[in-house]
Design a protein around this ligand. Structure first.
Ligand code: SF4
Length: 69
């Protein structure tokens, strides 16, 4: 896989605005005024970004975050 094919996504139909993603990984996600996250880094490429993207997908309580590698 090349760097640009790694994709971080949020399914807003599943998101329950728990905030785990932007509290724990502010480099990848930001909170909006509605408390939904926005993705700052859609295509994680550094080792740190990739590790954080995997962690975010694992800990999201609603399963809204996916990281395709
Ligand atoms: S961790 Fe999951 S449920 Fe919580 S705000 Fe982020 S995407 Fe939504």
């Amino acid at each position: 896989m090349t760097e640009t094919t790694r994709t971080l996504k949020v399914d807003f139909k599943k998101c329950i605005k728990a905030g785990e993603c932007y509290y724990n990984h502010p480099d990848l996600f930001k909170a909006t005024e509605s408390y939904y996250p926005t993705i700052v880094v859609s295509h994680p490429s550094t080792a740190t970004e990739i590790r954080e993207a995997r962690e975010a997908a694992e800990v999201c309580p609603s399963g809204a975050i996916t990281f395709e590698e």
